[in-house]
Design a protein around this ligand. Structure first.
Ligand SMILES: NC(=O)CC[C@H](N)C(=O)O
Length: 240
């Protein structure tokens, strides 16, 4: 392989709801088309996160219990993770991971679980309710439609400098009120979508992959990705 991307899977042993690692596997599948490969490190409790070492970071979803454990360790990685994000490092944060990049998450029992405030959102809890089911959103910049499955108690409210990943067409999204779903801030993408989101949404997978490749190899030509059309879910029937 000519090109190599180094990915960090943050707390992949604790936060990997519905196989969120499938996001890296999907990117790796598309990467082959441009002679690129993805090497993944699991970065968990007590492991240092070195921002200059990575070209992509995945932070998956989790249960409140795991999020409480991760929250403490995450504070020790706050500075390098914030530097990576501010530097335009490509980042995908799903559900619990998305919540933890913000200021805090109020768990289902009312406990306040601190995030790192690298992004300006915060997450509250709902009383005896979860948002569960299929969800469809539309991205305002590209007009692309994304499909996923959501299952969360938390309701997230975006802050300064954050725009949504998409506007809700069907489902609940960030909070069930303002029609937003997920976030885009610099090259960081957050979403409540499991599925995993990149396995179900080819256009987004190629967009984030291209961002990562172009950032590491600015002089190389990855336009072959635009011509490639391979929907990984083409043989899968998902009933609403
Ligand atoms: N699927 C998830 O990652 C769930 C996140 C969080 N524990 C919530 O319920 O909101």
């Amino acid at each position: 392989m000519t090109y190599t991307l180094n990915a960090a899977h943050l707390y992949g042993d604790l936060m990997n709801t519905y196989g969120d690692i499938g996001n890296i596997l999907a990117m790796g599948y598309y990467a082959k088309a441009v002679d690129a490969t993805i090497m993944t490190d699991l970065i968990s409790l007590d492991d240092p996160f070195e921002p200059d070492k990575y070209d992509f970071v995945l932070f998956g979803g989790g249960q409140d219990y795991e999020q409480t454990i991760v929250s403490k360790d995450l504070q020790t990685k706050k500075a390098p993770l914030t530097a990576y994000i501010e530097n335009g490092g490509p980042f995908l944060a799903i559900c619990g991971g998305f919540q933890m990049l913000g200021h805090y998450y109020i768990g289902a029992k009312g406990e306040k679980i601190p995030g790192i405030g690298a992004l300006d959102h915060y997450t509250l809890s709902q009383d005896n309710n979860r948002f569960i089911g299929n969800i469809t959103i539309k991205n305002a910049e590209t007009g692309q439609t994304y499909y996923g499955f959501e299952n969360h108690n938390g309701t997230t409210f975006l802050g300064e400098g954050e725009r949504p990943l998409g506007n809700v067409i069907q489902g609940h999204g960030n909070n069930g009120k303002d029609q937003t779903e997920g976030v885009i801030y610099k090259n960081t993408f957050g979403s409540y979508f499991h599925g995993p989101i990149l396995a179900r949404n080819e256009a987004l997978a190629k967009r984030i992959l291209k961002l990562a490749l172009q950032r590491k190899y600015p002089d190389a030509d990855f336009s072959a990705l635009d011509e490639l059309h391979e929907d990984l879910t083409k043989n899968v029937v998902i009933k609403p």
